[in-house]
Design a binder for this molecule. Structure first.
Ligand code: PTJ
Length: 257
């Protein structure tokens, strides 16, 4: 497909440019076609937040950073949407948190796994797990291709970061005793509700904020980090998010005559 020139003064410049980036990623086999639909759903929620990080996300970001820092074997799971949108930021988070990167796809094919591995290596990753036969273990009770995990990565992980996920694997990973951190613009999704820590915000804004939070908390003691985790409640944070949307809707709603 030909690239279109988006005028920089277009009021939706950022949104249109991101869409173009995703379309190109689909042509390169990084993004699954359904990833475009998932993105549209995310954009609709982002509109409700005014395309800014909602205030209650701060507590989830801090808890997620504390969780990554207290983990023994943290893993960042990468799907097509995240690889297409922010590979460099993902690598930066992996370096700051000493977490390994593992490709894990719903629409799994060796071609897509290799395309995503390539994009991560180009972004500076030293190693990418989960490619082909390396994903030799399975998450029990999951029927989809997402069940395949790398024994050296998600298989042995105690904390798994699974942004833009579907609910099934979140439940499967939790049932395996793992702590799951997710990023989802939809606070009502099954993934959001089932995860241990849900950051309700756009992945593009979350990754730099989360990396900065990991760096900020690095000098903190294990007790302080545990204290942060004890003080965080995911259901309470999600309620904060839906209340935030309701309040914002009231503020911006049209005034009837
Ligand atoms: O690359 P694959 O093969 O693993 O496939 C990935 C997709 C995303 C297609 C697959 O996981 C899927 O179908 O996901 P869902 O069930 O549509 O869920 C994606 C969730 O991510 C939705 O709740 C969206 O609101 C949310 N979302 C989409 N874009 C963003 C987002 N959340 C944060 N930031 C975004 N940019």
């Amino acid at each position: 497909m030909d690239n279109i020139q988006v005028p920089e003064d277009h009021p939706r410049y950022q949104s249109i440019t991101t869409r173009e980036k995703l379309i190109r990623a689909m042509d390169d086999r990084i993004l699954a076609p359904a990833g475009l639909i998932a993105h549209g759903r995310g954009e609709a929620f982002d509109y409700l937040f005014g395309e800014e990080t909602p205030a209650p996300a701060a507590a989830a970001l801090t808890a997620a950073a504390a969780c990554l820092l207290t983990a023994k074997h943290p893993v960042l799971s990468v799907n097509g949407n995240v690889a297409a949108l922010c590979p460099e930021e993902l690598v930066k988070l992996s370096e700051a948190s000493e977490a390994v990167l593992e490709v894990n796809l719903f629409y799994r094919s060796l071609e897509r796994e290799k395309a995503i591995e390539k994009v991560l290596l180009q972004a500076g990753a030293r190693e990418v797990l989960g490619i082909g036969e390396k994903a030799s273990e399975t998450v029990p009770e999951i029927g989809s291709e997402r069940r395949r995990i790398d024994p050296g990565g998600i298989g042995r992980a105690d904390v798994v970061f699974v942004p833009l996920e579907d609910g099934d694997r979140t439940e499967g990973l939790i049932a395996m005793g793992k702590t799951v951190i997710t990023v989802d613009l939809n606070p009502l999704s099954r993934t959001s509700r089932k995860s241990s820590i849900t950051i309700v915000d756009n992945i593009v804004r979350v990754l730099p904020l989360l990396t900065a939070e990991v760096v900020r908390l690095k000098g903190h003691s294990a007790e302080e980090l545990q204290g942060i985790l004890k003080g965080f409640s995911n259901p309470r944070n999600l309620k904060g998010m839906t209340d935030y949307i309701a309040e914002r809707m009231k503020k911006i709603s049209f005034k009837g005559e």
